[in-house]
Ligand binder design. Structure first.
Ligand code: MF3
Ligand code: CO
Length: 291
């Protein structure tokens, strides 16, 4: 997994320094973790400074889309209008909506209402109603760099326990971020989220989770929230991934709509909430790139 590279050769990260003065100790450390049986990222998953800059430029568009949706969203609006906003803002700013035609997805953004867990398809026939909670999940490509984040929106007056769910899931993502520590296994972060959600009586969806991202929409690793603390990929500095727990007020079980083959529902009909952030692991913790 580590190409042959001499101590005095230029470092693989493109910084211009010698390998021994840059990533040599880093690679040794990863090898050590691998020997101990941990999953470690391949080199191509480690983002270089210029990749991070590219992802940040892409994220400017992604966050502008969600800001614009936040200003326009209201009861009586159809979810197709959300798709129109995302499509227009993205293209006006020079980007491409990543979901469009991704594995056949027909729209530019995912809109997931109430018991829809994720991958809801915007439609003219779907009208937002007072009391709904909706997740808008937006992803952008700019110059080959991918950004991805989602936010929850409350439509008018929402019942207290649903509002609490939305707030708690947002807090769970922050707790996850607080547990992103360089050289710790991913489970350290995941477990903290799962434990918090369980303490509130919720269940986190198991089949779908976060993912590596940057030069592709979905890269390794799969970011699960049901890992043991000492499991999962080592969070090496430069690893870029999303934290995006889908949290159900009821049971964790989900179903996929048989007709559209995209929309994911809670099996028990309970409401589900999700917030998504994209981050890069740093030498001291993390930096949020998109939210
Ligand atoms: N944006 C989703 C994520 O957070 C992926 C959606 S795939 C799509 O990973 F095709 F439905 F857009
Ligand atoms: Co994502």
């Amino acid at each position: 997994m580590f190409g042959k590279i001499g101590r005095n050769d230029p470092c693989w990260c493109g910084c211009g320094k010698k390998y021994k003065a840059c990533h040599m100790a880093y690679d040794e450390k990863l090898k050590d973790f691998k020997r101990q049986g941990y999953v470690v990222p391949r080199r191509k998953l480690i983002k270089k400074p210029e990749d991070i800059e590219g992802i940040k430029r892409s994220a400017v568009i992604n966050m502008a889309c969600l800001d614009a949706v936040g200003e326009a969203i209201r009861p009586g609006m159809c979810t197709q209008e959300i798709d129109d906003i995302v499509s227009k803002v993205t293209r006006d700013m020079g980007g491409i909506p990543a979901p469009l035609d991704y594995e056949g997805f027909p729209k530019s953004v995912c809109t997931s209402i109430n018991d829809v867990v994720c991958h809801g398809i915007p439609s003219e026939d779907e009208i937002l109603e007072e009391g709904d909670i909706v997740n808008v999940d937006c992803s952008t490509i700019l110059d080959g760099y991918f950004s991805d984040s989602s936010r929850m929106f409350l439509i008018g007056e929402v019942q207290d326990d649903w509002k609490q769910l939305v707030a708690d899931v947002k807090e769970s993502v922050q707790i996850g971020l607080d547990h992103v520590k360089p050289w710790m296994p991913m489970g350290h972060m995941s477990h903290a989220i799962d434990e918090f959600c369980q303490s509130k009586g919720y269940e986190v969806v198991r089949e779908i989770g976060g993912h590596g991202i940057g030069l592709e929409f979905h890269e390794d690793p799969f970011v699960s929230y049901v890992l043991h603390e000492d499991e999962g990929m080592i969070m090496a500095p430069g690893l870029c991934f999303t934290i995006e727990p889908m949290v159900n007020m009821g049971r964790h079980d989900v179903l996929v709509d048989e007709d559209d083959e995209w929309t994911v529902f809670t099996e028990d009909g309970s409401p589900s909430a999700q917030w998504e952030v994209q981050l890069v692991v740093t030498d001291t913790g993390y930096e949020v790139l998109c939210s």
